[in-house]
Design a protein around this ligand. Structure first.
Ligand code: GLN
Length: 540
């Protein structure tokens, strides 16, 4: 079976090479944002659950700890706490919301209680600056005497725990900010990591740089150098690596990484499942081989996939069939390549990103499966491959920066993510060659229009989904009874939470102008709608 390497294992994991702030997660919805803000400041940061063992914490050699917020009350039975010894590591600590309450509770278990009312939303914070002992109020360096902050709590500090001093207040919270009088330990009741707190990032920076003395050296240029070297040493002089590519940003960046590290000893495999976008397989082949010089093998398995999907309408079942067949196809190619290389394939490349890692380590308990991920974790059982995950510590936008760093075109780097099961999960109902063709063309039309309106880079992901219902309409004075296409577009920066993209009516209403294509316009009967255009494509 595939042997899991621990986070950042190998000669030089990022936490060893960069000054690191470790976030201990108590289950807040915002925890990953703290990590994000630090990365944006050029400071390397990782997250562990608040229940992490002392050894795991020490292994990352952090220069400071941040305790996140969380949905629990510190005083309730079963509430999560850090090990007592965490307070004795001699590291600076910043507690945010639950984190502040955890610090106070550790000092004095009577100091936190339920407040009279929940405080959720904006508050004005009065900051103190202590000129005699600037380290006490270092968090507020460069800030004025008041600031707008975001609160989200029901519990509050009722007493100031022994050894602490007040550094900030609001009208509702007399202990909105506290600092220990002789240890580098701070707590704030508000959330500096959310954008509603104006200039909250300054507080995070003051902690990381001002208090913990972190150097802001985290950037993709430096990380690429270190990571390429790490991979080279890990794989050794002779080892070979295999990995699946999809044409998407993550797998392309991961593949380019491997190519930089070990050249043609990396073997990329593209399984064409017949469910890729229009002309995708050809495009990916050209990009990877001609533009990026990667050693690529394309396996055309479209007929086999479509055959297996006959008659299947249930989405989870589709995902499973596609996932399983993908593994079979990939395995057979991998074995062939391995035999040809004389059994030298030792590693399997996987484009895991940090949000996947966060999902699995967040302190939330097991979360419900919304959908099965197209994951290759259980691959290649008999080959006993070890996993290599060069993007494991990166967020999506860092992967994009890395892609540019490695010379991948801006167009590819900026691509919207495309799911592994591809067009199959955008066809609701049965997948037939006919439905595949319609969905593929609709997707291509939608994306082309978004590009020509200059909106592509503002949208994080857009797609057309073909619904299995028919509706009556009128086209060219004739009754039509046709399938419905749903167009979806969302905005997100972290690909963990998203919001719908607000198209202007002008875009949705756009007329055909007798050129390539048009959009649905219910007011105009003669208009060639998107669905009609799709119809026309079908007849070609
Ligand atoms: N549950 C705690 C409270 O209500 C902490 C909330 C938080 O961390 N956002 O005060």
């Amino acid at each position: 079976p595939v042997e899991k390497l621990s986070v950042g294992s190998g000669p030089e994991p990022p936490a060893a090479a960069f000054d690191t702030i470790l976030i201990l997660d108590f289950g807040s919805q915002y925890t990953h944002l703290i990590t994000r803000r630090l990365r944006d400041l050029g400071i390397y940061s990782e997250m562990l659950p608040c229940t992490a063992k002392l050894e795991e914490i020490k292994a990352l050699q952090p220069k400071g700890l941040i305790f996140s917020g969380g949905p629990y009350s510190v005083y309730e039975a079963g509430a999560p706490h850090v090990e007592d010894a965490v307070f004795d590591l001699g590291l600076p600590i910043l507690g945010i919301c639950y984190g502040l309450q955890e610090i106070a509770y550790h000092q004095d278990d009577k100091s936190v209680g339920a407040g009279t009312h929940r405080e959720y939303g904006h508050a004005t914070l009065n900051l103190q600056h202590n000129e005699d002992r600037p380290e006490l109020t270092r968090l507020f360096d460069g800030l004025g005497s008041t600031m707008e902050v975001w609160m989200s709590h029901g519990d509050k500090l009722q007493d100031l725990p022994a050894g602490f001093e007040v550094i900030a207040k609001t009208t509702n919270a007399p202990f909105a900010g506290i600092a220990h009088s002789d240890k580098l330990m701070y707590g704030i009741q508000f959330h500096p990591e959310v954008t509603h707190t104006k200039n909250g990032i300054a507080i995070i920076k003051n902690f990381a740089v001002g208090v913990c003395k972190c150097k802001s050296e985290w950037n993709m240029t430096k990380f690429a150098k270190i990571e390429i070297q790490r991979i080279r040493e890990l794989v050794g002089e002779k080892g070979e690596v295999i990995g699946a590519v999809s044409g998407g940003v993550d797998s392309t960046v991961a593949a380019k990484f491997m190519h930089e590290a070990i050249g043609d000893r990396f073997h990329a495999v593209l399984v064409d499942n017949g469910l890729l976008r229009l002309n995708e397989a050809e495009q990916v082949h050209k990009t990877l081989t001609v533009d990026l010089g990667i050693n690529l093998r394309v396996q055309d398995a479209s007929a086999r996939f479509l055959d297996l999907l006959k008659g299947v309408t249930e989405p989870e079942q589709k995902r499973k069939i596609i996932g399983n067949q993908f593994i079979r196809e990939f395995e057979s190619v991998a074995k062939e390549i391995d035999e040809k290389s004389g059994g030298k394939i030792e590693y399997l490349l996987q484009g895991t990103l940090y949000p996947d890692v966060i999902e699995s380590i967040s302190f939330k308990g097991p979360s419900q499966t919304i959908k099965t991920h197209h994951n290759v974790g259980g691959l290649l059982k008999d080959m006993k491959l070890k996993l290599i995950e060069p993007l494991r510590e990166l967020f999506k936008d860092e992967v994009r920066k890395m892609g540019r760093e490695l010379g991948i075109s801006a167009e590819l780097v900026g691509r919207h993510p495309f799911p592994g099961p591809g067009i199959a999960i955008r066809i609701l109902g049965e997948i037939t060659p006919e439905q595949t063709r319609i969905a593929r063309h609709a997707d291509s039309i939608f994306i082309e229009e978004i590009r020509s309106a200059g909106l592509y880079d503002q949208i994080a992901q857009a797609y057309a989904a073909l619904l299995p219902v028919k509706a009556v309409g009128v086209a060219g004075d004739k009754r039509t009874y046709e399938q419905v296409i749903a167009l979806r577009a969302v905005e997100t920066s972290d690909f963990m939470t998203c919001d719908w993209f607000e198209f202007e009516a002008k875009f949705l209403r756009k007329q055909d102008e007798g050129k390539s294509h048009s959009h649905v316009d219910v007011d105009n009967k003669d208009q060639r709608s998107l669905a009609n255009r799709v119809e026309a494509e079908k007849k070609h």
